[in-house]
Design a protein around this ligand. Structure first.
Ligand SMILES: [Fe+2]
Length: 262
């Protein structure tokens, strides 16, 4: 199976909505080229967690769904409040109403024999109202549930790969935008290293920097026993050739394919 990995669309800021619309059109018009079956969005779908932004995002998401693609979305800090660092419970509710249709995290979806586990890296953060950063916080409760879910997925013979998706970056420790409980999160994953139940693919965004974490001198994939760890860049950003990059994860080959959208 192939998965399209979108991230940090920040709909509502400058012309990101128009760009996101171009991305959606490209996906729908080039099905035979990318051959993906699922679309994942790793958070910061909108810029300020406002209803009009959610409505624009929901319209694009429903276009993908009508085109036959399950769209799996996790929330980011910008989805839960203005500027991404002023948490607002009303925005959290809007995200649920317009975008995710769930308030249960981790949320598990099995699509085509692949187990997707969606995390809310703002869940515990919402209980600690502060205005000095864009951190994430999964919380012990969510991590315990994740642990249990990974056990269940391992016992399910119908699940080929486990794909965990969250918004915040688990490998960036800067205090004002990191994942507060990254050590605990990585502990849940690393203790399964080498044997099932394990995480096969870990996807996230937040930092607007595209990177696969398999550098020869600092290989996080080997360290944590994960086949593919990938931070999607900001999909609506244009590269030096003026094109947007659409990353597609090939689950079978554990490779990232990159398509350029003019
Ligand atoms: Fe973010």
């Amino acid at each position: 199976m192939k998965i399209i990995h979108l991230s940090d669309l920040h709909i509502g800021k400058s012309n990101n909505y128009e760009k996101a619309r171009e991305i959606v059109a490209w996906i729908l018009e080039n099905k035979e080229i990318h051959r993906a079956e699922v679309v994942v969005i790793s958070g910061d779908v909108v810029d300020d967690g406002e209803d009009w932004q959610f409505k624009q995002a929901a319209e694009l998401i429903s276009r993908l769904r009508e085109g036959g693609y399950p769209v799996l979305v996790v929330p980011g800090n910008h989805d839960y409040g203005p500027d991404g660092y002023r948490e607002n419970p009303r925005s959290q509710q809007g995200f649920q109403e317009y975008i995710s249709h769930t308030n249960e995290y981790p949320a598990v979806y099995i699509v085509g024999g692949q187990g997707f586990v969606l995390l809310d890296s703002m869940l515990e953060e919402m209980r600690h109202h502060e205005i000095w950063g864009a951190q994430g916080y999964l919380g012990g409760e969510q991590l315990l549930k994740l642990d249990r879910i990974l056990e269940e997925l391992a016992e399910n013979p119908g699940v080929e790969n486990v794909i965990v998706v969250l918004h915040h970056h688990p490998f960036d420790y800067l205090f004002y935008h990191g994942l507060r409980d990254h050590e605990d999160f990585k502990g849940v994953i690393a203790r399964r290293k080498g044997a099932p139940p394990r995480v096969n693919v870990l996807l996230f965004g937040h930092k607007h920097l595209e990177h696969r974490f398999n550098d020869p001198d600092d290989n996080m994939e080997v360290l944590y026993g994960i086949d593919l760890i990938y931070a999607s860049g900001q999909t609506v950003e244009r590269d030096q050739d003026g094109k947007m990059v659409l990353p597609v994860i090939d689950l079978q080959r554990k490779e990232i394919l990159r398509y350029h959208i003019p």
